[in-house]
Design a protein around this ligand. Structure first.
Ligand SMILES: Cc1cc2nc3c(=O)[nH]c(=O)nc-3n(C[C@H](O)[C@H](O)[C@H](O)COP(=O)(O)OP(=O)(O)OC[C@H]3O[C@@H](n4cnc5c(N)ncnc54)[C@H](O)[C@@H]3O)c2cc1C
Length: 415
């Protein structure tokens, strides 16, 4: 280990939605006491730049749960986010071609909103701008963490800058937040357990003839779920929604290549006319759907976070919301520790033990939902229709569903 290596309390490898949130939470909860280095392979935007589309902060949108609102508020990001949010006041869940449907409303929960939709590019802009003035946080970008070794209660990392320069860094704790295909997880020899759903999520922003009225639609079709999340109006003042459409590889490829007219016609047929005619579609993107779970999340001086720890099917909009609860729990614990103990396995294991049940129930919820609706047999169809009807009429079933979706189950980390 070099003697002149720069030393930090925590290094976060990956400045995506989760890495950036962790850096903010550590700064806020420790009141700037902890020294944090955030390393990101792509150039981070400057403090006052407009939103830039790049990995993690791409053309997707994210549905933030009520629980995430509390956490983002606690790290000082909520006020700046508000200008870019659309409140979800109702969620309409239905099964195409079948009778069952359920309507979940914020009013019956006694909340202002069931959740909030933000475009990832704006979320990135707010998180990264906040980092520029977060006490104790430094950023290295464009730079990648290329290797990790551990000695004497420290992790030693190799940083490679895009221009070719390299640097050795030491830290008490390395947070691996480099995404679902985590190169560092592999470099550390931590296996990723993968369930391939054999499907793609096609995403795009679309414009409708009629206003959405704050309704998010979750429509289960025989080809997979289709979600439409309400967004702020377009520049032409048309009602806008963020589409996440789960399709087979073949269908996704065909739809990505289709003309705008053909794409809209196909979507209209799938979704129907609840919001009138579809008028326009923006840039389309595609994401392979896999459940990826790291076999280990904690080791001495190392913790695996975000998609690198658990990457979920997006149907229930839970991936970032769960990761944010992990972030809040870990940052609170680290902020209360003496520097020398930040990488101690017993503390990291205590964090994971506390998050275990939340992680398990959220992973199961996201994994089972699309599978339940994928069955074509009349038996399953009847069962899920009854399930949706029950959801609509039974307050207890509804309350449990909303609690899970909102990230507010008892024992979950809060801001
Ligand atoms: C279609 C879709 C819709 C979704 N909708 C929702 C939703 O509504 N609600 C919700 O809660 N979740 C949603 N999710 C999940 C959410 O997007 C993820 O949970 C979140 O993006 C995970 O962020 P991350 O920072 O862990 O990983 P990533 O976004 O993959 O970021 C990893 C970052 O690490 C950087 N990096 C990689 N390697 C290195 C290295 N060696 N050194 C330094 N940097 C590195 C990358 O450049 C990248 O910026 C959705 C996902 C999909 C696919």
């Amino acid at each position: 280990m070099s003697t002149d290596a720069a030393r930090y309390d925590v290094v976060i490898a990956g400045g995506g939605m989760v890495g950036a949130s962790l850096a903010l939470a550590l700064s806020r909860y420790s009141e700037g006491r902890l020294s944090v280095l955030l390393v990101e392979s792509f150039p981070l935007p400057s403090a006052d730049s407009a939103p830039v589309y790049r990995p993690s902060f791409d053309a997707r949108s994210t549905a933030l749960s009520y629980g995430s609102r509390q956490i983002l508020d606690s790290v000082g990001a909520w006020d700046a986010l508000q200008a870019h949010l659309t409140a979800i006041t109702r969620i309409h869940v239905s099964d195409r071609g079948h009778i069952g449907s359920a309507l979940l409303t914020a009013q019956e929960q006694g909340w202002d909103a069931l959740g909030y939709v933000v475009e990832n590019a704006w979320l990135g802009n707010v998180l990264l701008s906040a980092l520029h003035s977060a006490p104790g946080v430094e950023c290295a970008s464009p730079a990648s963490v290329t290797s990790v070794t551990g000695h004497n209660d420290l992790a030693s990392l190799q940083l490679q800058y895009r221009e070719g320069e390299t640097q050795t860094i030491e830290c008490r704790l390395l947070a691996v937040a480099d995404g679902a295909q985590s190169g560092l997880r592999s470099a550390l020899g931590i296996a990723g357990k993968v369930v391939d759903y054999g499907q793609q999520a096609v995403i795009a922003n679309v414009c409708f003839e009629k206003p959405h009225g704050g309704i998010a639609y979750e429509r289960f079709t025989d080809q997979g779920p289709l979600a439409l999340l309400p967004l702020s109006n377009s520049e032409r003042n048309e009602a806008r929604a963020a589409l996440v459409w789960t399709l087979s590889q073949e269908d996704a490829t065909a739809l990505l290549a289709a003309s705008d007219e053909a794409f809209l016609a196909r979507l209209q047929k799938r979704f129907g006319y609840r919001q009138g005619r579809l008028l326009r579609v923006g840039e389309r993107g595609c994401f392979p759907l896999q459940l990826v779970e790291a076999e280990e999340q904690v080791r001495p001086n190392t913790v695996v976070m975000g998609n690198a720890a658990h990457s979920l099917h997006p149907v229930a909009g839970q991936g970032f919301n769960l990761a944010l609860r992990d972030v809040a729990r870990l940052a609170r614990l680290l902020a209360a520790l003496p520097e020398a103990e930040l990488g101690k396995l017993s503390h990291l294991q205590a964090y994971l033990d506390k998050q275990h049940s939340d992680q398990r129930s959220t992973v199961e919820f996201s994994h089972q939902l699309p599978g339940l609706f994928a069955h074509k047999s009349p038996f399953f169809s009847l069962g899920r229709n009854l399930g949706l009807l029950a959801l609509d009429v039974l307050p207890a079933a509804k309350a449990r569903f909303v609690e899970q979706a909102a990230g507010l189950a008892p024992g979950n980390a809060r801001g």
